[in-house]
Design a protein around this ligand. Structure first.
Ligand SMILES: [Zn+2]
Length: 360
C-alpha cells in the first residue's frame, strides 16, 4: 500500500540494483561459525566439552548479569478448570522488581511428575499453553497451533507449569500494554532485546533464567516428584525449552517442537525473525546442534514439520544437518534411543502425539 502510494506520487526514485549486506554476511558466517563445536572422540572429552560450552553459552546470553532475589512466591488464585484439574496462579519474583505470573495446572489425582510448558509467540503467553479456550483469541490460537500442551500434560496426569515468559501475556512491556487482540496475542521481545543487549543481557538469557527460577520454586515447594522433571515448548517455547535443557541439567526430558534448524538458513537468511532469537556472538560459537548436544544423554525429542517455513528454503535438509550432529552426541553416550526426531506433515504447528512418544 505504502509502496503503491510512493510509486504513484513520484516522490521517490526507482532503485534498479541494491547493495544489501546479506551475501557478505553469509560469507562471514561460513568463515567464522561454530568455533566451539565438539572436536573430540571420547565420552570424557565430550563431557568436558559440554561443561565448557554450557559456561560459555551462559556467559554469552548474560546469565552472570542476572540478579538473585527472594522469590516471595504467592498463590493468588485457585480455580477448578475442568473435572480433575485445578489451576493455581502463582506470582514469582525472578529478579529484583521482575515478577513472573505462572499458571500451575494440578491434577487432583496424585501427579505422575512435573513439566514446564513454555509458550511461544502469538498465543498470549500462558493463556494458550494452559488451554484458556474461554478467551476467543486464545481459542483460535490453540486451534491453529495446538498450543494447549500444558493442559494436555495435565490431562495425562502431570503438573504443568505454564509461565508467562518475559514480554508475553501479563508481562508485556509498555509498548503492547493494551487489550486489542493484536496487543494481547503479541509479545514485546523487540523492546526487551533493546533494553537487554546494551546491558549485556539477552531475551534468551532472561527467559532461561526465569525458567530456572521456576524450577527452583517447584523443587523448594517439595509437593511433587521433580526427579524426572521435563519441559515442552513449541516455536518460541521450543527455543526456551532448548536453552533451558541445554543449560540446566535438572531438566531430564525435553520436547522441542518447531524450533530446531541451522542458524544460517533459518535466522541469518530469514533475518526478519523475532528479536528474541538473536544473541550477540552466538553463531561464531555454536549452531543449534551444538546447543542440542548439551542435552545428551537426557531424553530429547525434536519435532519438525515438513512444510514449516521457519526451516528455511532448504526445508528439512536444514534440520537433518542439525539432528545428525545431535544423534552422534547421543551415540557417543551410548544413549541413541533417548534422542528422537518426530517428523510431521504440514506447516508450523505443534502435534500433541509427541507427548505420547515422550510418556509411553
Ligand atoms: Zn520473540
Amino acid at each position: 500500500m505504502e509502496m503503491e502510494k510512493q510509486e504513484n506520487g513520484n516522490r521517490t526514485i526507482h532503485i534498479e540494483k541494491y547493495y544489501g549486506s546479506l551475501r557478505g554476511m553469509m560469507k562471514k558466517y561460513e568463515k567464522s561459525a561454530r568455533s566451539g563445536c565438539f572436536r573430540g572422540n571420547t565420552l570424557e572429552e565430550f563431557t568436558s566439552w559440554q561443561r565448557e560450552l554450557r559456561g560459555r553459552l551462559g556467559e554469552l546470553v548474560g546469565l552472570p548479569r542476572m540478579e538473585q532475589c527472594e522469590p516471595e512466591a504467592e498463590v493468588v488464585e485457585c480455580v477448578r478448570v475442568e473435572e480433575g484439574i485445578c489451576r493455581e496462579k502463582v506470582l514469582l519474583q525472578v529478579e529484583p522488581e521482575v515478577w513472573m505470573p505462572v499458571y500451575i495446572l494440578i491434577p487432583e489425582k496424585e501427579p505422575e511428575g512435573v513439566f514446564l510448558a513454555l509458550p511461544g509467540h502469538m498465543g498470549a503467553g500462558k493463556y494458550s499453553v494452559a488451554g484458556c479456550r474461554e478467551i476467543p483469541a486464545v481459542r483460535d490460537s490453540i486451534e491453529r497451533f495446538h498450543y494447549d500442551y500444558g493442559l494436555q500434560l495435565a490431562r495425562r496426569g502431570y503438573v504443568a507449569l505454564c509461565p508467562d515468559n518475559r514480554g508475553f501475556g501479563e508481562r508485556r512491556d509498555e509498548a503492547l500494554q493494551g487489550d486489542s487482540e493484536e496487543q494481547f496475542l503479541n509479545s514485546t521481545c523487540f523492546q526487551l532485546a533493546h533494553m537487554a543487549e546494551p546491558l549485556g543481557q539477552t531475551v534468551i538469557g532472561m527467559c532461561t533464567w526465569d525458567a530456572m527460577r521456576l524450577i527452583d520454586y517447584v523443587c523448594q515447594r517439595g509437593q511433587w516428584d521433580t526427579g524426572n522433571l521435563g519441559c515442552v515448548g513449541f516455536s518460541g517455547g521450543g527455543m526456551q525449552a532448548l536453552w533451558l535443557a541445554a543449560l540446566d541439567e535438572r531438566v531430564k526430558r525435553t520436547v522441542v517442537s518447531g524450533y530446531l534448524y541451522g542458524y544460517r538458513d533459518s535466522l541469518l537468511a530469514l533475518n526478519g525473525n523475532c528479536s528474541c532469537n538473536y544473541v550477540p556472538g552466538l553463531w561464531q560459537l555454536a549452531d543449534m546442534c551444538d546447543i542440542g548436544s548439551l542435552i545428551a544423554p537426557r531424553q530429547f525429542i525434536v519435532q519438525s514439520c515438513r512444510e514449516d517455513h521457519l526451516n528455511g528454503e532448504r526445508g528439512l535438509e536444514n534440520v537433518y544437518e542439525q539432528t545428525d550432529v545431535i544423534r552422534r552426541a547421543y551415540a557417543l553416550c551410548c544413549r541413541e534411543s533417548l534422542f528422537t526426531h518426530d517428523i510431521r506433515e504440514g506447516g508450523h504447528c505443534f502435534h500433541p502425539e509427541v507427548l505420547d512418544l515422550l510418556l509411553h
